[in-house]
Write a protein that binds this ligand. Structure first.
Ligand code: PMP
Length: 307
């Protein structure tokens, strides 16, 4: 997906022009992949741009960094303000927001402890990650031949830069085979998550989503959807599921900041339900769509206004 250029990128405490936001080719993270990032979205609300669950995303950035022994040289409050400042400076109302923490130029070799820690925040307009048709009609999924990380090889609780090679390989494999997105299994054979989204299945009126122990990131959209579903009176639990649970699900959908709530039309060519988005998926999708734009009073706390 081509990127849409905006005016400024926040780098280490200052707004710099988009074209000047560059790093050296010997930047440590470019070589060894150690760093952490977030994907956040802002939406147009009645009170201007609202960043959805911004503080939760910044908290996750800090816990990802802690896992990799990276000390972020800013406080949480400073980065929350920096995101808001970047959204406002670029006059964005609806945009994708990418905070990234990386190790800079100066050190080489695998020891990261002496590296300079750098932080950048970019924002740009970005539409539905899996397409408007995906949101409307659902996506076709393929179980990947690539497994999700073993938790003792790569920590699934962290949103670590280098970890995403696994997702990129699974994504390319699924698209080359004619599908829209991949589902990855854990080394133990349980359903873990998708390349950049969590997964939910509805079976016998109960929603189930895999736990972190199955290799899934603790998604902020996943958490919002669990809250929304429970408030709608739907039973939800974190539990291990098998690929056959996807084949026989009444409904299934995926969740992520970039993708939002996307129905699953089929898995490995088996239709989910009738192959059209089911009523529970639709209701959750509609409520989420209103909540992110500040339209649901009980979820107003999730929207953090930029101005
Ligand atoms: N799993 C992975 C691997 C992801 O990259 C993402 C996107 N951050 C998610 C799940 C969904 O997380 P969230 O809802 O917080 O965006």
């Amino acid at each position: 997906m081509p990127i849409t250029k905006t005016d400024y990128i926040w780098m280490d405490g200052e707004l710099v022009k988009w074209d000047d936001a560059n790093v050296h080719v010997l930047t440590h993270t470019l070589h060894y992949g150690c760093g952490v990032f977030e994907g956040v979205r802002a939406y147009a609300t009645a009170k201007g741009a609202g960043v959805f669950r911004l503080s939760d995303h910044i908290d996750r950035l800090f816990s990802s960094a802690k896992i990799f022994l990276i000390e972020i040289p800013f406080s949480r409050a400073q980065l929350v303000e920096a995101v808001k400042q970047t959204v406002l400076a670029n006059r964005m109302t609806e945009c994708y927001i990418r905070p990234i923490v990386y190790l800079g130029y100066g050190e080489m070799g695998l020891l990261t402890l002496n590296c300079d820690v750098k932080v950048a925040i970019a924002v740009w307009p970005w539409g539905a990650y899996l397409g408007d048709e995906g949101i409307e009609k659902g996506v076709r999924m393929k179980i990947s031949s690539w497994q999700r990380h073993d938790p003792n090889a790569m920590p699934p609780a962290a949103k670590g830069i280098g970890m995403y090679i696994n997702s990129s390989m699974a994504k390319a494999e699924a698209l080359k085979a004619g599908y829209d997105e991949a589902v990855l299994l854990s080394p133990q054979g349980y359903v873990s998550e998708c390349t950049g989204e969590n997964i939910f299945v509805l079976r016998k009126d109960r929603l189930v989503t895999p736990p972190v122990s199955a290799g899934a990131l603790e998604g902020i959209t996943q958490d919002s959807v669990i809250t929304i579903a429970r408030d709608l009176g739907i039973e939800v639990e974190h539990a291990n599921i098998l690929r056959s649970d996807l084949y026989t699900a009444d409904e299934a959908f995926l969740t992520g900041t970039a993708a939002e709530v996307v129905p699953i039309r089929s898995v490995d060519d088996r239709l989910v339900g009738e192959g059209t988005p089911g009523p529970v998926t639709r209701k959750i999708q509609e409520t989420y769509k209103e909540a992110i734009r500040g339209g649901v009073e009980r979820y107003a706390r999730w929207v953090e206004h930029a101005g």
